[in-house]
Design a protein around this ligand. Structure first.
Ligand code: FMN
Length: 204
C-alpha cells in the first residue's frame, strides 16, 4: 500500500457548501476505490493524507493535483506501508480551530495562522501531531498496548471521533443553509441534506 500526504492552498475561498460537496464526493468515491485518509482544512490550506493501493492512490493524486479548486500542491510525504492509519475514514475531515489546538497538548504553542503550506512543509513534527490524533491505530506503542488491553477505551475513542465528525458535518450543513438563504438560493437539495443529517444524528 501507499500513503501520501500533501499540502495545498485553495484557489478561491471554499464555502461551507463547497466543502460539503467535496466531502460527499470523497465519501462516495473513496470507499469504492479502497482509499482511506484524512483531510484537514483551515486558513484556506488543505492538508490531506491518502492511503490505498499504489496505482489507485497515484491516479487519484494526479486528479487532485489538477483540480482547479486549489493550487501550490506539494507532496510532503510518500511512504510504502503494510497497514492503514485511517482505516475508519473514507475521508475524515476536520476544520482546524484555535479551540481544537488548545486541546492538543503538543500543539498548544502552534498558532493557527501557521497552518499554511510554507510553515507546515518545513515542520513535519507539527504535521504529524495534527494528523496523528485522527488515526485508528495510535503511533505510540505504549498507547497501542493500552488500547489492545482495553477494548472499551478503543470503542470510546471511536465513538468520540465519530461524534466530532458528525458535529463537524452538521456545522458545515447549518453554515451552508445560512449561506444559501442569505443569497436567496435555498433549494430542496438543502432540505434533503438536512433531513439526512437529522436521521444520522437520531440514529446515535
Ligand atoms: C482538497 C481536495 C481534496 C480532494 N480529495 C479527494 C478524494 O479524497 N477523493 C476523490 O475522489 N476526490 C477528491 N478530490 C476531488 C478530485 O480533485 C477530483 O475532482 C475528482 O477526483 C474527480 O473525480 P472524477 O474524475 O472521477 O469525477 C479532492 C479535491 C480537492 C480540491
Amino acid at each position: 500500500m501507499l500513503r501520501v500526504t500533501y499540502l495545498s492552498r485553495e484557489s478561491d475561498a471554499f464555502s461551507a457548501r463547497a466543502l460539503i460537496d467535496l466531502l460527499e464526493h470523497c465519501k462516495l468515491r473513496n470507499p469504492a476505490q479502497g482509499v482511506t485518509g484524512m483531510l484537514i482544512y483551515a486558513n484556506g490550506t488543505f492538508l490531506q493524507t491518502l492511503e490505498g493501493e499504489p496505482n489507485t492512490v497515484e491516479t487519484l493524486l494526479g486528479k487532485i493535483e489538477r483540480d482547479g479548486r486549489h493550487r501550490e500542491f506539494q507532496v510532503i510525504n510518500r511512504e510504502s506501508t503494510a497497514t492503514r492509519l485511517y482505516e475508519n475514514w473514507s475521508m475524515g475531515f476536520e476544520r482546524l480551530t484555535e479551540a481544537a489546538l488548545q486541546e492538543i497538548p503538543a500543539l498548544r504553542a502552534f498558532q493557527l495562522e501557521n497552518f499554511n503550506p510554507e510553515f507546515l512543509s518545513v515542520h513535519p513534527t507539527i504535521v504529524e501531531n495534527l494528523l496523528e490524533r485522527h488515526r485508528s491505530v495510535h503511533w505510540d506503542p505504549l498507547i497501542r498496548e493500552i488500547d489492545a488491553r482495553d477494548q472499551f477505551i478503543d470503542e470510546l475513542r471511536r465513538a468520540l471521533v465519530n461524534a466530532s465528525q458528525r458535529n463537524e458535518q452538521a456545522l458545515l450543513l447549518i453554515e451552508s443553509v445560512i449561506e444559501a438563504s442569505a443569497e436567496g438560493k435555498l433549494t430542496g437539495n438543502h432540505l434533503q441534506l438536512c433531513r439526512r443529517m437529522v436521521e444520522t444524528l437520531r440514529k446515535r
